[in-house]
Design a protein around this ligand. Sequence first.
Ligand SMILES: Nc1ncnc2c1ncn2[C@@H]1O[C@H](COP(=O)(O)OP(=O)(O)OP(=O)(O)O)[C@@H](O)[C@H]1O
Ligand SMILES: [Mg+2]
Length: 464
Amino acid sequence: MSISALQVTREAATREFWRVLMGTLRERQVLRARPRQGGYVLPEARCAFSLPDRVIFVLDMQRLGGIPREMWLKHPIWKQWRAALDGRPVFVTDSAGLAVTVGREPLAPASRSKHTLPARILLTAAEIPDAPYCVRLGYDEKNQPLDLNLAQEQRAILMGGASGYGKTNTMKSFVMQLATKHTLDEIRFAIVDTKEVDFTGSIAHLPQLFTSIAYTLTAAEELIERVEAERVRRQRLMHQAQVSDWQQYNAKSDVPFPLLLLIVDEAADFKDDMATLINIARKGRAFGISLVLGTQRPDSKVISGQVTANLPTAIAFRTRTNGESRVILDRAGAEDLTRPGQALIFSNGWLKVQTLLVTDIEAFIHSDIHVQAPTLTDAETFLVCLAQEEYGGVFNIQRLYEDPQNVTATGYRVSKRQITKLAQRWEKCGWLTQPIDVTQPRQVTAEILSLTYPPLRPQKVVIR
Ligand SMILES: Nc1ncnc2c1ncn2[C@@H]1O[C@H](COP(=O)(O)OP(=O)(O)OP(=O)(O)O)[C@@H](O)[C@H]1O
Ligand SMILES: [Mg+2]
């Protein structure tokens, strides 16, 4: 909205609001701190622009009440205004004039009162809600739990905040909670961690991973493409099955679609791929694909209107400025959060929440998660898929080794020795059949096929 647009409208409702606003400020004698410099008397505003939730007015530049122009743009002044206006949000921007925005309603007590939330609430198994795909974000100031449904209402989440205030922790908390209660057939995680340090250890070996965690930009781009390809695959299968929703498809099919949760820890790394991410957020609902997008640098160039429109659930941890808070939440307030783990979110009204802290993932995993379930690495998955798709399920070491795709699909060639070792190991655990004599090749079994993703169906075996 340009300032010239602001300068033309003045409604009766605004006048009333304006009268109350000015009355309050005068009554509280706000901004009268330095009488010798002319006093911080509030100058009349030239005009106002009224919106349902806020009023914006432009200060008369000739009469700035003795306050230097740059002072108007500083937090201490805004804080005095806020206090005088019962916690209504106030901020000033400089764009061809000083435009002051004042919210009509006070901010939720959440963002005014400090220290009413406990500093730490640990994630334990007892916190995990029973409802499918629901996770506990944390507790609000009334000590009420706040749960999010990552398959339905909160399936596309934008999470922002300055470094060290709890984004990654909350993403891990979501993963741990879902991994504890959902099996491989019900959930898959596609995780991008370009910082390379956050999603490591046991979390990187969860059986429910869609594919290995992407630690580099190239791997991340590939992973995002794979998620998009999976969406297209689901679309095709659902079209064939004549259903319009993944859960309807699952009710009919013996190979159900797990919820696919794509987690991207730093969106700013993907400026150029944002269109794909937006597409996944926009179209994913019907296909059981959810998205959590985090950012440390909420910049309107990266987090555009398109992003916020398609990721309707916003969670803000402390931001550096109120501008960043507005990029994420479309309102100020996150800059006033004080401690790591505190977050603002809209859920039937604005809430300040203390998010759950993930402490010892290793202990949590070993006590609660289906982590013992077997899993395949990317190279192993590739070999099983190659055997199944190209050789009808025959696990012929020489052929797999020589197959031209053995170079291209994995980026490196899986050596003959590696394939032989795998074949022996898998034969022992019953994932490959035991051949009657050494001249016969082994066959892949339904069990190992179910560990690939998307799960491959056994085919009619053709011995070559
Ligand atoms: N819910 C919480 N309760 C208490 N402390 C927390 C909570 N969440 C995070 N913290 C503290 O903040 C630290 C940083 O958290 P986290 O790594 O999640 O930040 P981040 O927002 O991802 O930062 P960056 O943008 O640098 O990646 C944690 O190590 C922990 O000490
Ligand atoms: Mg982080």
